[in-house]
Design a binder for this molecule. Structure first.
Ligand code: UD1
Ligand code: CA
Length: 483
């Protein structure tokens, strides 16, 4: 999500007027056809509401932000708990106007309230600040942020007052899509659902809203007419970029906004020196950082707080979540990695699975069908094939043979395996934890190791080989006779 660059000044003389931000987030999102509340649907790896909260937090302190929640309120509250914002419950969702009625006691103490929509996630802090400043400069009771998107269908339309046929800043009314009549549907300027209100006139007139409309809801948009009739000033400001105020009402729009954010992220990375082949096939979350000259092949997902150093190559079909990669790391195709640290020059894959708590040392190799969990593999160590390493501390220069398994779970507890520097574990060894393999020790192939192995020793724990000369030929002869 956005970095706290805090461009809009929080301390300008204008903001001394005490601004709250209310975010409308109580609706069900019927058009998404989902069990999940609309504002928790995600774009670029974060819930819609989290994008709006991040932008709002750049303009006012989180303590002055009030999310109005209702549908699945506890889920929404829980998802945003760490943000430090306040929540107001709108028990029944009777419209955007009703949402502000329910928030009256929270907002009345502020001189102004900026109203954002939980389903308009691309709004930028600079634009919120622009709206705030325009609202103050016009001494307006209500200021409406508008836009002219390529397709205005579905949005409420803005009708401005005209003087001698020319449009002014002042608003006549907003007409919802369903109420548009005749030529009105040709109106291209839309209501973004983002507003600034002076709190006093808002709450002196809000009781004038009615549910006399297609949805039988209290429309916040009707405040424009109400305040206008009361002789209060209602103005409109066009957003500098209409794409910022696109709303999400359907899954189609959800995918479009997700794609536009991902596209933006990929562009930023490419301009900062990262090669991304076929960027539209890659999903890179907003917080991901990548160093210069790193190459990202097609169909890669980089999720959460992943940080990748310089000169790495991430090959196709890898999914990397919350990992730290050093420089010169090679991730071959099909690796799944989560909450892990990979040091400089390490090589992974194809098809390695690094589960949480894995740390792969400098220049170490983890190969195909190797799974690690809570395991540290030291510098230059290798586990190249078909292996499970769980709860293991492995030193430097260790060779883990194909098919080695740490038996870390005894049905009750997880136990630790320690393998000291330069040890050699033969193929198909099973290491029954807790167990320690000493420095430089050898473990014979196919051994089942249940006791510690001292440094520089050889441990073999398997049945001795028996050879029965001629046995196979005799058997074949026996079978032939009985036929
Ligand atoms: C609204 C505007 C429309 C504008 C559009 C921009 C109204 C009546 N219409 O329409 O003019 O063009 O946004 O995107 O306001 N919500 C609540 N409580 C409720 C109802 C809704 O908190 O009782 C929240 C929703 O969760 C959502 C926001 O308010 O985040 C907007 O509601 P929605 O139903 O999506 O309004 P639109 O039909 O998009
Ligand atoms: Ca909407």
């Amino acid at each position: 999500m956005r970095k706290p660059t805090s461009k809009p000044a929080k301390t300008s003389t204008l903001t001394r007027q005490r601004f709250a931000i209310a975010i409308l987030a109580a609706g069900k999102g019927t058009r998404l056809k989902s069990q999940r509340p609309k504002v928790l649907h995600e774009i670029a790896g974060h819930p819609l509401l989290a994008h709006v909260v991040a932008a709002a937090s750049q303009v006012v302190a989180p303590g002055n932000i009030f999310a109005i929640i209702g549908h699945e309120a506890e889920r929404v509250r829980h998802a945003l708990a760490a943000s430090g914002i306040n929540f107001v419950l709108q028990r029944e969702q009777r419209g955007t106007g009703h949402a502000l009625m329910e928030a009256r006691s929270a907002l009345e103490g502020f001189e102004h309230v900026l109203v954002l929509s939980g389903d308009v996630p691309l709004i930028q802090p600079e634009t919120i600040a622009l709206l705030r400043d325009f609202h103050i400069a016009h001494a307006a009771a209500m200021t409406i942020l508008t836009a002219e998107p390529p397709d205005p269908t579905g949005y409420g339309r803005m009708f401005r007052k005209k003087v001698k046929g020319k449009e002014t800043d002042e608003v006549e009314r907003i007409v919802e899509q369903k109420a548009l009549r005749g030529k009105e549907s040709g109106q291209r300027e839309v209501n973004s659902g983002i507003y600034a209100f002076a709190t006093k006139p808002l709450y002196s007139h809000i009781s004038g809203l009615t549910t006399d409309n297609a949805h039988h809801e209290y429309y916040l948009t009707d405040m424009a007419t109400l305040l206008g009739k009361a002789g209060r000033k209602v103005v409109a400001l066009r957003a500098p970029d209409s794409s910022e105020v696109l709303g999400v009402n359907t899954r189609l729009e959800l995918a479009e906004l997700d794609a536009s954010l991902r596209d933006k992220k990929a562009r930023e990375l490419m301009l900062s020196g990262v090669t991304i082949f076929r960027p539209n096939t890659c999903d890179i979350d907003a917080d991901v950082e990548i160093g210069t000259d790193t190459v990202i092949e097609p169909f890669v997902q980089l999720i959460g707080r992943t940080k990748i150093g310089s000169n790495c190559r991430i090959r196709s079909y890898s999914v990397i979540t919350n990992c730290q990669l050093g420089d010169d790391v090679l991730v071959r195709p099909g690796c799944i990695m989560e909450d892990s640290v990979i040091h400089n020059g390490a090589q992974l894959g194809p098809y390695s699975h690094l589960r949480p708590g894995s740390e792969i040392g400098e220049g170490a190799h983890v190969g195909n069908f190797v799974e690690t969990k809570k395991t540290r593999l030291g510098k230059g160590s290798k586990a190249n094939h078909l292996t499970y390493l769980g709860d293991a501390e492995i030193g430097e220069g260790v060779n883990i043979g194909a098919g080695t398994i740490t038996c870390n779970y005894d049905g009750v507890n997880k136990n630790q395996t320690t393998i000291e520097d330069e040890a050699f574990i033969g193929s198909d060894a099973t290491l029954v934890a807790p167990v320690r393999i000493g420095r430089g020790a050898y473990v014979g192939a196919a051994s089942c190791i249940t006791e510690d192995v001292p440094a520089d020793a050889l441990a073999i724990a398997r049945g001795r080989q028996v050879v029965k000369e001629g046995w196979a030929a005799e058997r074949r002869a026996r079978i032939k006779k009985t036929k």
